[in-house]
Structure formats: structure tokens, C-alpha cells
Design a protein around this ligand. Structure first.
Ligand SMILES: [Zn+2]
Length: 137
């Protein structure tokens, strides 16, 4: 998938996340001290404040926690995308990501639907997004 969206310059704490996304991988941080996983990237654990952090591969699977269908483009860059579904996803690892929901059925998505990561190519990088998990035939 290709979009005309332009991503902002990644902050230092998030650089590994964006580099992995460019390779088609979804990674999140885990505290080396207490094991708490977190997102978005931060330089310290949100539970124990340890700066010791490792990056782990996320499964890329999760569940919709909330969904909103956007009908009015917030900026001109979104003009060709409306209407689109903006969702809060709880990953299997327990962290929440706010993302667009792409693909078939996105506008009819409901809380509790299962989703999987997909990667959208933007003008200056790759953006992890989600789509409904296709059920096996
Ligand atoms: Zn910790």
C-alpha cells in the first residue's frame, strides 16, 4: 500500500521502531529490569523508571479497543483517504497503538474485531497500520 502521507522525523527513542517498520517488522520496547512492555517508545520504563531497554518483535496481532470513522480530512494530505477508520488496537503483548484501519471491511469494524499489522509506504518512510484479520477459508 502506498500513501501520500509524510511522516514526521523520528525522535531518538523511536528510531529503531521506524527502522524496523521499513523492514516490515513491528517492534516494541521491553524493560530489562521488570519486563514491562511499552509503546510509544520512551527512554525509561513507565513502571520502574529503569533506562535498561530491549526491543522485541511484536506478534503484529491484536484486537480493536475503539473505532472512529473519520469523514472530514484533518489536513489536505488526508483528502483522498476519507472516510477512513481510526482505531485503538490492543496488541497481544498488551500495549495500545492508535492507527488507521486499512483494507476490506475497515469502515464496518467493531470493538473486539481481531486485527493484524500491515505496512503502508509513505512519501518518506513506512508506517505500521492495521487491517482486519482475514479468517481462514
Ligand atoms: Zn521496568
Amino acid at each position: 500500500m502506498t500513501a501520500q502521507l509524510t511522516l514526521r522525523e523520528p525522535e531518538a527513542d523511536g528510531k529503531p521502531f521506524w527502522e524496523a517498520a521499513a523492514e516490515g517488522r513491528l517492534i516494541i520496547q521491553r524493560c530489562c529490569s521488570c519486563g514491562t512492555v511499552r509503546f510509544p517508545p520512551r527512554h525509561q520504563c513507565t513502571k520502574c523508571w529503569s533506562p535498561e531497554t530491549e526491543w522485541i518483535n511484536a506478534t503484529g496481532h491484536g484486537e480493536i479497543e475503539s473505532v472512529t470513522v473519520i469523514h472530514r480530512a484533518p489536513t489536505p494530505a488526508f483528502r483522498d483517504r476519507v472516510p477512513f477508520a481510526l482505531v485503538a488496537v490492543t496488541l497481544d503483548e498488551g500495549v495500545r497503538m492508535i492507527t488507521d484501519l486499512l483494507g476490506d471491511g475497515a469502515l464496518q469494524a467493531r470493538i473486539g474485531d481481531k486485527v493484524e499489522v500491515c505496512f503502508e509506504t509513505c512519501t518518506n518512510g513506512t508506517l505500521p497500520q492495521f487491517r482486519l484479520t482475514r479468517s481462514e477459508p
